[in-house]
Design a protein around this ligand. Sequence first.
Ligand code: FEO
Length: 621
Amino acid sequence: MHFTKNITDDLIWVGANDRRLAMFEGVYSVPDGVSYNSYLLLDEKTVLFDTVDKAVSHRFFENLAFALGERKLDYLIIQHMEPDHSAVLDEVLLRYPNVKVVCNAKTKTMIDQFFDLDIDAEIVKESDTLNTGRHTLHFVMAPMVHWPEVMVTYDSTDKILFSADGFGTFGALNGAIFADEVDFNADYMNEARRYYTNIVGKYGAQVQALLNKASTLDIEMICPLHGFVWRKNLSDIISKYILWSTYQPEEQGVMIAYASVYGNTENAAEILSGMLRSKGIKTVMFDVSVTLASEIISAAFKWSHLVFASTTYNAGIFVSMEEFINDLVAHNIQNRTVAIIENGSWAATSGGLMRGKLEKCKNINILEQTVSIKSGVKSAQLNDLKAVADAIAVDFTKSETNLNPAATAAESNSKIASIDPGAMFKLSYGLFVLTAKDGEKDNGCIINTAIQITAKPLRISIAVIKANYTHDMIIKTGEFNISILSTSTPFKVFEHFGFHSGRDTDKFAGCITDNRTVNGIKYIPKYTNSVISGKVINTYDYDTHSIFVADVTESLVLSSEPSVTYQYYFDNIKPKPQPAADKKKGFVCKICGYIYEGDTLPEDFICPLCKHGAADFEPLS
Ligand code: FEO
């Protein structure tokens, strides 16, 4: 039985899904299947855009016959001659002998290579048009997206781009046809990336050329040959194509690919991953002997930093790692920072050999810090792994700036953007005691970031340093209170809640009052003008901090005193610097007043009281 879908009033999807195929093109697993899209335009003339793979030809011809009804097929536009879209060309000609094939000259050559057919095709070139009645179709050449003969077609009447392989996705359509009918970002973006990187990842420049041409067109819908039709939120997929085709990472994080025979190289990779995680850096790990290369190549295009860890095998790189790196290099990976770990019980060579292969890629920064293991990880290699983790963390900060669109824009304007931390202190913050409860344990800390986000529903957000015990309590329980401090708050309150950790002190010990909101969490009744209870609905991970978005479940006004601001705290509450006679040599934390004694402040110094970094310290004066 036919199964078609209407795209518009006169455009019908007549393609088919294949869920039995194990390996697309014999290389790429398609566990969720794949769709072969073909579209039929029912204008004064009827036009078929491409056909399908032989495996689904039966359903396709049922669909085509149903969609045509009593009408004849006038045109078959062949945008791409790869057999997953053109394998049934001969059968189309047998069933519809009067159809006119429309293609470019390269496609005609390929038709003659694949088939023994005597076709009188209408040959088109860049900017040629075909009028079919109400519609005018414009042909746009798109060589190497993904074969040299590829062209796309723009319907200027309904503003539809028939994009051939471009904007395609692995995965069967499962009854839907439009990307907005599914949760594309959650359920299909990984497959869109895996499709792009593996099928056309090598041809970024050619994809860029097509994107440039497309940017001159007014496009309201994209109809690719695989996956969903885009009629809404086109920027979701176009923005990804811009990143992928320019080999820019989508996310800051480290992809670790390892090849390990007896688990020792894996052990090193895992230790490094743990060190990076401790620094708040996201990591993903792949065993190249187990995970298919298409998955790892896709991940390499996604993440900003890559680590390759391989044992030495037959005086070379371990076989699965060598294959993977060859594949990745062939896919033209660029613009990444790379670290290398090698292992070898008597003569480790894999590191240098991996470096040699990766150096051939454009703009690959291979870190000087490397790790060479003889059999198993020993304490010397732990230090080397730490050095790699530190080097990645330093580079991470630089590349975060590079990934910042504003920085990129500034760079393109040949201006140097500067970062003055002082500007952050001009933001108008309040100051709050954030409290939480885990079982019988109460705790609280000082925060300066609490804002109302929406009124209906009433929602707030707070940002909390992960090192704080209160943070962990909120992660576990999903509930908190913020007590809004007023201008009468003495410094000892900030000292009490801000300069000690609840992990080793009970901040409410000796407290004779026990004021709690309905959620059972304590609040601060004195020196505060209000208390707000929050129930977390979303948590966002931002490296050193988490941002909690919460529904307000209760709010009480306790006094009419004005709220203390960050500026008021600095001007009126925070103790002034010591008299000159008592001055020590060192640095003072601008946040909490902690003094580090010494001539130089280590770059990676973290304030033991408020957990802010070296950037928030200033020399004692
Ligand atoms: Fe979907 Fe390049 O074929």
